[in-house]
Design a protein around this ligand. Structure first.
Ligand SMILES: Nc1ncnc2c1ncn2[C@@H]1O[C@H](COP(=O)(O)OP(=O)(O)OP(=O)(O)O)[C@@H](O)[C@H]1O
Length: 213
């Protein structure tokens, strides 16, 4: 009998035993996360679901390092891209200027940044806003800009907090094409989602309930 060894896929993101509570006033403490674990393998597209207020955004903020957990560990291998629920932008900068700024922050060459920017404009369909200032963009276009900035440096791990809430149907489909391409390239994506209809688009779904996964 011959056996074929399966390649071991090492996790690109691993979080275990994550606990987090918020203080409300002097006496009340709300335990939001009570030992949540999450793992992402290369090329996996995982959905993070749970009812409103279950702690999905809190967990994602801890994964990206924007919030410190009370307990638990997080390790990430490679570059990280993050799209928060509320777009973060500089009002006076155009879309092009945002890409230039982030390209420099990611230490990309000018050529690599421009190539990636062109691909993202085409993939998400917002090139016509290249020279428009962020404070003049619609909510959906701002969401595209935020997603584009998270993707600019081709991160191994992409974390998205309800990324398509403001997208029209065509953009929603473009978004899932883009996610499918990332999966093919062995990139990993974690998406907070509320749409039951999206369940079949994920390789795996992680439920957050009572502070645990
Ligand atoms: N900065 C904060 N200070 C105090 N409480 C907070 C803070 N951020 C979140 N919370 C509380 O923690 C709980 C979890 O919030 P979180 O935003 O993580 O949930 P969620 O699952 O992402 O919710 P939704 O589906 O509505 O976006 C909620 O009860 C919320 O009110």
């Amino acid at each position: 009998m011959t056996t074929t060894a399966q390649p071991v896929r090492t996790a690109v993101l691993e979080a275990s035993g994550i606990e987090k509570s918020y203080r409300h006033g002097l006496r009340h403490r709300q335990n939001v996360l009570r030992g949540a674990d999450i793992t992402l393998l290369p090329g996996e597209v995982v959905g993070l679901v749970g009812e409103n207020g279950s702690g999905k955004s809190t967990l994602m903020k801890i994964l990206v390092g924007a919030l410190r957990p009370d307990a638990g560990t997080v390790s990430i291998a490679g570059r990280l891209g993050y799209c928060p629920q509320e777009p973060v932008y500089y009002e006076r900068l155009t879309c092009d200027e945002h890409f230039e700024l982030f390209g420099r922050a990611y230490r990309m060459s000018q050529e690599a940044e421009r190539r990636s920017r062109r691909e993202l404009y085409a993939a998400l369909g917002f090139e016509r806003y290249a020279s428009t200032r962020a404070d003049q963009l619609s909510g959906g276009t701002l969401a595209k800009l935020n997603l584009g900035l998270a993707l600019l440096a081709d991160p191994e791990v992409l974390l998205l907090d309800e990324p398509y809430a403001g997208f029209d149907w065509d953009t929603y489909l473009r978004f899932w094409d883009l996610v499918a391409r990332r999966r093919e390239q062995g990139r990993s994506v974690l998406i907070i989602s509320h749409f039951v209809a999206d369940e079949e688009r994920f390789d795996r779904i992680v439920h957050l309930r009572d502070g645990r996964t």
